[in-house]
Write a protein that binds this ligand. Sequence first.
Ligand code: PLP
Length: 335
Amino acid sequence: MIDLRSDTLTKPTGDMRAAMARADVGDDVYGEDPTVARLEERVAGLLGHEAALFTPTGSMANMLAVRSLVGPGQEVLCEASAHIARAELGAHGAYTGLTMRTWIHPRGQVDLDAIRTIFAPDMGPFFVPTAAISVENTHNFAGGAVLPLQDLRDLREYATGVGVRVHVDGARIWNAHVATGTPLAEYGAIADVMSVCLSKGLGAPVGSLMAGSADAIAEARIWRKRMGGGMRQVGILAAAGLHALDHHLDRLADDHAHARLLAEACGVDPATVDTNIVVVRRSDASDFVAAAREEGVLVSAVGPTAVRLVTHLDVSRDDAEKAAAVLGRLAGAHQ
Ligand SMILES: Cc1ncc(COP(=O)(O)O)c(C=O)c1O
C-alpha cells in the first residue's frame, strides 16, 4: 500500500529511534529534562520567540496558544476551514469558553476586507468582542496552501492597529518555509503566539510546541499541566523532534515535488499545489477513495467532493510515480 492519507502516518526512522534511545532525560514537570529544554530553546530561537513549550499534540498547542489570547466570552476570528474551527472537535469552545466567527476563502488565505467586516470592538454588554485573529500556514484543508508573507504582514499591522492579537497555527510552517525560502523567524514575527508540529512532515512520532513570550509560555505551562499534559521523561520524544529538525527539514522539498507530480496526474493544476497536499475535486469522492484502495493507494475523502493526497517521508519518488499512474488512470476513468 502507498499511503497518501496524511503526513502524520510516518514511522520513525532507524536513525531517529537511535537518537531517541540516546536522549538524556529527566522529569519535565520538574523542568529537569535537558532534551526537552534543548528542543524548546531551539524552536523558540528558530521562530524568533522568547520561549516555547513542548506539548503532546498540535491540538493541545493550539488550545494553549489560543486561550492565552482569548478568554471565555470573547471570540477568535479564523478562516472557516481552519483546523482550530473544523478539526479540534470544539475544544476551544468546550474548554476555553470562547466563540469563533469565520471568513471563507477557498485557499484558506487572509482576507483582510472580510476580517475588517466581521471584527467586533469591545462595546460592553452588547456584542462578543474580538480578542484575536488566527491564521493557518500552511492551510491543511485548503490543500497545503502557503499564506503570502505580505498578507501576513498586513494582517499583523491591522491587528496591532485595532488592538487584537494574532495566533498562527504553524503545524506545517516548515513546509511554507521550505517552499518559499522565507526565514522561519519572519513567519514567527507575525504571531503573538504560534503552534508548530513535529509529527507531520518532519516525521517525528509525536510532539508539537507552542511558542510565544516568556510570560505566555509560563502561563501555558500551568495550563498544560491542568489539562493533563504534564509529561515526565519525554526527552525521549523531544530527541525525535531535534533529529527531525536536523535531518528532515530540507527534504520537505522532495514531498512538494512529489505532490506536484500527483497533481499533474490527477488533472489538478500543479501551480495551485504549494506544498505537500493535493486536493482533487471529485463528485464521487468516496467511490474514488475505494477504487484507489483496491489498486493499492490509500487516499482520503475530506468532504463529499474532495479527495486529499498527502506526500511525506515514507513516500519515495518511486511510490509517488506509481501512485500517480494509478490515480491518474482512475481520475480519467471516473471523470
Ligand atoms: C493545521 C493543523 N493544525 C493542528 C493540527 C493538530 O495536530 P494533532 O493531530 O497533533 O493534534 C493538525 C493536524 O493534522 C493540523 O493539520
